[in-house]
Design a protein around this ligand. Structure first.
Ligand code: SF4
Length: 185
């Protein structure tokens, strides 16, 4: 596996603070992908984007930043706007983010795809990994299935991001999570 290229979908910089070094330690060559079409409002997306830039500087790695496309997210999830957190809206949200990452990984010749999403104690890692497998199958990629929150992964990432001075949000990302602020990542 030495030097195999993996594209790491980054939901936010603090959540990548342990997955990225762990994958590197396993011999993968890691590049990040920060999309964030789910993040509302744009000022928040800019803050999180800035944190991902800082992360890339700290880790001396490359992060890809596609354009901010909130309309794509709103169009896809509008029918789920009343669904509870962790329900259909979140699954569509994961699918959109991971599909965008898979499209990029395929176009750039990556073999592997992974995500930081499973570090959150508020998200369903089985659902995320199942969606990841599905999108990888469509694009001929290999999904790296991980549950980063295991072995205190969330706490370790939070501690490291504090040490590195990374901006850390207090809601998951979308307009609905902003309204109730229960979905702290
Ligand atoms: S709560 Fe988080 S995962 Fe769920 S739809 Fe909103 S941004 Fe996406």
């Amino acid at each position: 596996m030495a030097n195999e290229r993996v594209l790491l979908h980054i939901c936010c910089a603090p959540d990548a603070a342990t997955p990225w070094p762990e994958l590197s330690g396993e011999g993968f060559y890691v590049e990040g992908f920060f999309y964030g079409c789910n993040i509302h409002p744009k000022s928040e997306w800019l803050l999180r984007r800035g944190a991902a830039v800082r992360l890339s500087e700290i880790l001396d790695g490359r992060v890809e930043f596609p354009e901010y496309e909130p309309s794509r997210w709103f169009e896809s999830v509008s029918r789920f706007k009343d669904s509870p957190e962790g329900g259909g809206r979140c699954r569509v949200c994961f699918g959109l983010q991971l599909t965008a990452a898979a499209e990029f990984a395929y176009a750039r010749g990556f073999k592997y795809l992974c995500t930081t999403l499973t570090i959150s104690p508020h998200k369903d890692p089985d659902a995320i990994n199942a969606i990841g497998f599905g999108v990888c199958e469509q694009f001929g990629l290999e999904w790296i299935s991980r549950v980063w929150r295991k072995k205190n992964g969330f706490k370790l990432s939070a501690a490291k991001s504090r040490e590195w001075g990374l901006y850390r949000q207090d809601y998951c990302g979308c307009e609905y999570s902003l309204l109730n602020r229960r979905d702290v990542v």
